[in-house]
Design a protein around this ligand. Sequence first.
Ligand SMILES: [Zn+2]
Length: 713
Amino acid sequence: MKIKYQDQAVVFNCINIMALPIIRCLGQQNINSYGFFGKGKEFNFYTNIIRHSKFLKEKFFFDDSDYSSGLINALVDFGKGQKEKSVIFLASDQDMIITSRHRDILKDYFLFTFPPHELLDTLLNKEKFINLAYDNNLPIPKSKKILSGKNIEEATKDFDFPFIIKPSWRDDNWLTKFHEQKILHINSKRDIEQQISIIETVDTKFLIQEIIPGSEKNIICSFAILDDNSQPIEIGHCRKIHQYPAYFGNTSLAEPIIDDEVEELSLKIFKILQLKGYASIEYKKDQRDGKLKILEITPGRFNRQFAVTNLVGLNLPYALYNYLLGREHKSSKIVYSKARWVSEINELRTIKTYIKSKEHSLIDWIKELWRINWFEIFDRRDIRPFFILLIKLIKLPFIQFWYKLKIRRMINKIYYFSSPLISRRLQIFLRRKLILRKKLVCKNIWPIDKRAAKLPGNWSGWPGNKQFALILTHDVDTANGHKKCHALIKLEQKLGFMSSFNFVPKRYDVSPELRSYLSNNGFEVGVHGLYHDGKYFNSRKIFQERTIKINQYLKDWNVVGFRSPSMLRNLKWFHDLNIEYDASTFDTDPFEPQSDGVCTIFPFLIPNNSSNGKGYVELPYTLPQDFTLFVLMQEKGIEIWKKKLDWIAEKGGMALLITHPDYMNFDGTNLGDEEYPVEYYIELLEYIKTKYEEQYWHVLPRDMARYWVNTKK
Ligand SMILES: [Zn+2]
């Protein structure tokens, strides 16, 4: 069945963003577009955006493994099924060259107008273009051809720095070495020396060209639709404001201008070169002699920023369409506009560079944005491509950065800290789900991260030639945990162990009797923050305010050790604390809210490089926390503890364990949802005692810190 469409256009290759404004310009005049997409790039970033334009009547995906024949075959197949010829619109130089080469086949099915193939080839080839420019007296920047990279040093002698080197054609050779880079920017003799070895290996002809001084605002473009006599049907101009990559790339921000001098020169050049159909010229105004110099001529295919002419009331694709169909086209009346055109993606990628270079401030930029009235992707009348872009943006780095800052903090709040938004039960439920997933992902770094076994510099072993060190610590998070301390102390004493107890002084009353009992019986006391919340690091101010109070407790209790609630930490800020050691880090524990491990099973010094020079020792915990194993992972035994301990013993490191009396069940009945039998802990202590009798240095954290300072001085 043959379908007859009165008004239709064929646009390719729609993997290029230039296709979208063409499709929309035509769509606004009720012209259906048929989009051709290279299939091998089905997941190309722009393909997925453009294919959602409501103005695309139909989409064709062609096999682009052999690009040229794939494209031409697809076009011919399509053309054969149509009663009338369709108008062709192109979006890349490559498509231009291929279409031009096959113009004899395509002319039976399609309408188009191109300059002769030889001229196209000359215009697209930088080196051939110089000859053409010199022959026709066209104004171009000072340029020189070099036939091979070998002559480059000699050839650049009469150029002042900085200048650029361009390949005459970006062939595969160039693309594999320099990828998307269009030019080499040479600032100094050293740059040449650095590039020369690469350039020598690229078998392409080159061009050396001076850089016209001045900002990008001196770059001006003309866009025109020309008839077969190179007379303009429509013509418009713009000034560039930003480019991506900055200074030498594609337009990211531009404004329309009306400029008689530019128009006159462009018309002259179009005539000299006998261009037809779509053509554009990019100039830079040279402030040294006040002349416009040609940077680039693009024949036959629309370029990225042509849509800036929409702002003054032009519709170039529609003008070309009417011309090719032999219809009358009423030239638009140009209405000057202060509005601007932006490529959202390029502008976001490039703005950092401009602000960094002090070219303008963030405020200036926001003022410029205010005037934007035409977007590359956003369009109220065709909104779906923009939504697709938004979804894609989530994957871009800058959004990830934002996500890390804001959303992660929010998620952390929900997952790790008591929050009015969520009950404790639900929080534990969510954390259990999360941890099971994470455990799989992290199986190579948890419970053992092999890299953490690396010995410290000048390592001479533990005191008494012991195989490994053992430190037991307890964080007493709640009043309930505080109640169970005595039972825990008794248990350790019975088995011949000692430990440190870290209390949260502002969360519950810490019994002075308990503290003095601990101090007098070979145990240690430490400070576990002030409150058990996640707010310590919300601002430097909050931390400093709390530091004053924490230091007061350290002094009143006559203790030297600190552990931060939920292991939230900033080791630099900890210098404000009057401590000998901190124990808020871990070798590996991806399940903590601040999940980066320090990747060592040894203590290490945190020197203070400022004023008094007194640093502290960092004691990472190296065995998984009881809460992680028994409450979240709901382990029913101590296999993981044993496995990790054996590994630490084998590597001769420091086994440092955190357990919480809060979660220990001492009476053997009524095991709460957040409890585990204390027998697990007893089993571990007995395991250590029997398997490693006399082989470990059992020490309090305070004494470990002092030992570390003394041996490392
Ligand atoms: Zn705690």
